[in-house]
Ligand binder design. Structure first.
Ligand SMILES: [Zn+2]
Length: 490
């Protein structure tokens, strides 16, 4: 049983074999930091976080690079428009770098809440200007790029493979492009590597072609090759980046190195809200801080960030995800179910008798792990993996009151491994589960247990039932054993 990944480049599921045995390099296109992260970011970065976690689970030594775009991403993909950061900075009367700093911190804050592990390297585009200039010079020398009026463009006709990822050919691209008679490009599909800056443009750097700034696509080629080598194992990003962004990355890189830029291309699908594409003008553009605070009119309440993670896991990363208040609420119920089972098992394990691991439980756990891995090996099928986790919940509920400590610890370990390490929805500890609180509850419950025993001794069953029902509201049930009455919380 080995990992199979759907490769967008070959359009097939392929067996995963990294370039260097035992280690994996993964590059994922990061956010352009000019606003708060939204649901689309959550879908992309939770998906790749799970992919990263599962690759590590399989024992590979992973280096995960995810860039921060702080310059060059224009409001229009066709090399026109303004820099997204510069536009937002002007509006907020801030320096673009101050804005980038603010939203980078905001992005990581949200991703931490979603339990996305930090990438190993988060390189900034503005921190790699000399490297980007160097790559442009190499492209010009090799005849793949040309300079016009202080800007430099990549000549797409010089690179045979242009279009291989998105399945487009140059004629298709021509029919889809506005032919601008004033354009300085030789071919309408040529793309900018370097843009000449007007004197009032805030972000500009000195280059052999005058003052300017790099094209957006360039940073990913440069930073990917700098930190992971000429050919990397996995390159990920949103489906909307397949063309032109990733197509351009391939062209810029392979035209210079003459070797494959990426072995496996992975693309996550997009998010819709209540069945409609997210758009700022449609009032369905929801950012993560609004979800966590419940401060958007489409939301009925504040949500646990891990409920968002659960919702994303419910569908495959290559499938679109429809976000709604009802779907999120259902995902939160699922999360609560898992958390309750984990907490119950951990509490029960503390009180459970010593003993050998129950072979029947062990066999069931092994079966569940096997099925979980089978699902994840099938191009990271998280929705099936999650259904296996729910089966573990059922097993946990069945065993919590009766199994011995070794068996319960094994159940907890499987929760922590599959639900924690890989899916990231089981927490290492639950704050309300702290020892002090458990001890306090135990102390207070003695009173309740005595009251109930007294009522029963006096044959006051109405009062005994009242106590039972009252406690049931908190998920507490009583168990009468030869050593007295015990209480359990589900
Ligand atoms: Zn990129």
């Amino acid at each position: 049983m080995s990992l199979k990944i759907y490769n967008s480049l070959t359009r097939e599921k392929e067996s995963f074999k990294p370039i260097n045995e035992g280690s994996v390099g993964m590059y994922v296109c990061g956010p352009t930091v000019y606003g708060d992260a939204h649901l689309g970011h959550a879908k992309s970065y939770v998906s790749f976080d799970i992919i990263a976690r599962y690759i590590e689970y399989l024992g590979y030594d992973l280096t995960y690079v995810q860039n921060i775009t702080d310059v060059g991403h224009l409001t229009d993909d066709a090399d026109e428009g303004e820099d997204k950061l510069a536009v937002a900075a002007k509006k907020q009367k801030k320096h673009p770098m101050a804005l980038a700093e603010y939203y980078t911190a905001s992005y990581f804050e949200d991703m931490d809440k979603l339990n996305c592990r930090r990438p190993d390297i988060s390189p900034r585009a503005t921190g790699h200007i000399p490297e980007q200039i160097e790559l442009i010079e190499k492209l010009i020398d090799a005849g793949h790029a040309y300079e016009v009026n202080g800007s430099v463009y990549f000549d797409v006709t010089s690179f045979k493979g242009y279009g291989k990822l998105s399945g487009r050919n140059l004629e298709d691209m021509l029919s889809g492009t506005r032919v601008d008679v004033k354009s300085e490009k030789k071919h309408p599909a040529d793309f900018a590597l370097w843009k000449k800056a007007e004197p009032n443009h805030i972000m500009q750097w000195k280059s052999p072609w005058g003052m300017g700034y790099p094209g957006w696509h360039l940073e990913c080629s440069v930073m990917s090759m700098k930190y992971l080598g000429d050919t990397i194992d996995i390159h990920g990003g949103g489906l909307e980046n397949k063309f032109p962004h990733h197509e351009c990355e391939i062209a810029q890189s392979e035209a210079v190195t003459e070797c494959p830029f990426v072995k496996y291309w992975l693309h996550n699908n997009m998010v819709t809200v209540d069945g409609t594409k997210m758009g700022k003008s449609l009032n369905n553009f929801i950012n993560l801080k609004q979800v966590f605070a419940g401060s958007h009119e489409r939301l009925s309440k504040a949500y646990d960030p891990l409920a968002v993670r659960m919702l994303i896991l419910n569908s495959h990363y290559r499938s679109p995800l429809d976000f709604s208040d009802a779907a999120l609420s259902a995902a939160e119920s699922g999360l609560d179910k898992i958390s309750s089972a984990v907490k119950a098992v951990r509490r029960a394990a503390e009180k459970a008798p010593e003993g050998e691991m129950n072979p029947k439980v062990q066999k069931q756990l092994e079966g569940l792990r096997h099925r979980f891995e089978k699902a994840m090996n099938d191009d990271f099928n998280t929705s099936v993996a999650l259904s296996v986790l729910y089966e573990l919940v059922k097993l946990a509920e069945k065993e919590a009151g009766k199994a011995n400590r070794a068996s319960l610890n094994a159940v907890d370990e499987l929760f922590s491994s599959l639900g924690g390490d890989v899916l990231g929805v089981v927490r290492e500890s639950y704050p309300e589960d702290s020892k002090a609180l458990t001890d306090l509850a135990d102390y207070l419950m003695q009173d309740v247990i005595e009251k109930r025993a007294k009522a029963r001794a006096e044959k006051n069953f109405q009062e005994a039932d009242r106590i039972r029902d009252e406690m049931a509201k908190f998920g507490v049930t009583f168990k009468d054993t030869p050593n007295g009455t015990e209480w359990v919380m589900q």
